[in-house]
Design a protein. Structure first.
Length: 168
């Protein structure tokens, strides 16, 4: 399995293949509504990857896209994340690899906090964020669970001098 960053040239094929590999249930969990097909406007948003406002990574096996994770800025410091893995590859570590790579992309983009909304019955995604984003805050809203993760924890550098000072 190989995880690479997407751009406007590579995103359309990856988006189409991954969407087709999602069952109706997986599409519902990802888009929070029945989504039998991508509208032209939704596809445009998902493929408009510029690496600054919208970053995305894709997992591939034998060149075939099997999952995508994306980060889209929602303000100066925050960004929303989303992950989709084709049904045949779910629960095999693909989401974990995608989310780990995505945090590096988000940090490079200067994002300070990741957030997102997960349906309460999307137990796999909730377990994934708990595993990959230690200390993630999960808050129950009306219809979703809102996640919030300060990315500064991941990108902070601690020097040897900082460690020595903390021991005093």
């Amino acid at each position: 399995m190989r995880v690479t960053e997407l751009d406007r040239d590579t995103a359309p094929e990856a988006v189409d293949v991954v969407f087709e590999g999602l069952s109706a249930r997986s599409r519902y969990l990802r888009f929070h509504s029945p989504t039998p097909r991508l509208t032209a406007s939704a596809r445009r948003v998902l493929t408009d990857v510029d690496g600054q406002r919208h970053g995305a990574v894709c997992a591939r096996v034998g060149g075939e896209p099997i999952g995508i994770a994306r980060v889209i800025r929602t303000g100066e410091c925050g960004a929303e994340i989303a992950v989709a893995v084709v049904d045949l590859w779910q629960r095999r570590g693909v989401g974990r690899l995608l989310l780990e790579e995505l945090t590096a992309v988000a940090a490079r983009m200067g994002v300070a906090e990741l957030h997102g909304n997960v349906l309460p019955d999307n137990h796999a995604m909730l377990a994934l964020v708990r595993k990959v984003l230690p200390g993630v805050r999960l808050t129950r809203e009306v219809d979703t669970i809102e996640l919030s993760y300060p990315l500064a924890w991941v990108t902070a550098e601690i020097s040897d001098a900082d460690l020595v000072r903390s021991l005093r």
